[in-house]
Write a new protein. Structure first.
Length: 334
């Protein structure tokens, strides 16, 4: 358990408090937030929905599945429309591990026939549609049930993939930024207090790009100055960039998105390309199968013809984001 004093120390050290903020930690947090947003946008655009009624928003479906791990579909009797809302399984699980009921946050009931209640929300508890028990019942009874949709068969949100890889990529990006700045001055100068102001002014003029730096008459710029080599190696930039590209591709692969150019497909043999494509396709069907399983029952019970496919256009978006974030599409990797 974190003590009260630890909370305040952590806040000041890692940029979460109102004072003594750490610029380095703040910068990495900003990079992490940017990457998290970019990858989340790609994840939300992975699927293309067809024949959805106007009362169902595809954006809301994907947000619910990505962040909450489920989306509950039911026919709202007050508005006589199919809706998809946030909800959670309640009660016990049956022998097939299906929840027997859902608690949802759906549109409010009509008040004296006024549709304005659609702008309000209220909790409701609905019986769950159980294919093994309800498929043979009259359609009028089936239509009173709610059907749950999940992001995968484990019913676990994929936001953890985004958080972990955004953190990894942010660490590399921040390291590359630091190394780039250190490349300007790859040694630390240690001086006496008498020469500190002079060296500070010289460093400032270097950063400003001053071509001719003046020193005090008779002053020896080498006097009482020692150096400490930071050990900045040029090869580290390329190696970190390769590792970053690999991590980006891993993240895209886990989301079912074709990872950029897969380290130059033209250099890979056909079997290697096929193996990589097969892994990506497998991750796509992890998410697609769960959505299609729910749609099979939704279409049958509510008389719809809704379908979902993987949005291949998102791969072009992924490549564009990778390039904007500094990943070379021609960067070699393993």
């Amino acid at each position: 358990m974190v003590s009260g004093m630890d909370f305040y120390y952590n806040s000041s050290l890692f940029g979460q408090g109102n004072f003594n903020r750490n610029p380095g930690a703040q910068r990495e947090q900003a990079i992490h937030a940017m990457l998290e947003r970019s990858i989340t946008e790609l994840a939300l655009n992975r699927f293309k929905w067809s024949n959805l009624p106007s009362s169902v928003d595809p954006r809301f479906i994907e947000i619910s599945l990505l962040f909450n791990g489920n989306c509950v579909w039911y026919w709202d009797k007050d508005f006589d429309k199919l809706v998809a809302v946030n909800g959670t399984g309640t009660g016990y699980m049956n022998f097939l591990q299906h929840p027997v009921s859902f608690t949802i946050i759906g549109p409010g009931s009509r008040v004296n026939g006024v549709d304005g209640a659609a702008q309000t929300f209220s909790p409701k508890t609905l019986s769950a549609y159980l294919p093994e028990a309800d498929s043979d019942k009259p359609i009028e009874k089936q239509k009173k049930k709610a059907i749950g949709m999940y992001p995968n068969y484990l019913r676990i949100p994929e936001i953890d993939v985004i958080n972990i890889y955004a953190s990894r990529l942010a660490t590399i990006d921040h390291t590359l930024e630091i190394n780039t700045k250190n490349a300007r001055r790859n040694k630390i100068l240690t001086v006496t207090s008498n020469n500190q102001l002079s060296l500070t002014n010289i460093a400032r003029q270097q950063d400003e790009g001053v071509e001719v730096i003046s020193v005090k008459n008779g002053a020896d710029p080498n006097a009482n100055i020692d150096t400490l080599d930071l050990g900045i190696l040029p090869d580290s930039y390329e190696k970190l960039s390769i590792l970053r590209a690999r991590w980006w591709n891993e993240c895209m692969g886990l989301l079912g998105i074709d990872n950029a150019n897969q380290d130059k497909k033209e250099r890979l043999v056909a079997d290697e390309v096929s193996a990589n494509d097969a892994q990506t396709d497998s991750m796509r069907f992890v998410a697609l199968n769960a959505r299609r399983e729910a749609l099979k029952h939704i279409n049958s019970v509510f008389g719809q013809n809704i379908s979902v496919e993987f949005n291949v256009e998102v791969e072009a978006q992924a490549t564009a984001v990778a390039n904007n974030n500094g990943i070379d599409p021609d960067q070699d990797g393993a």
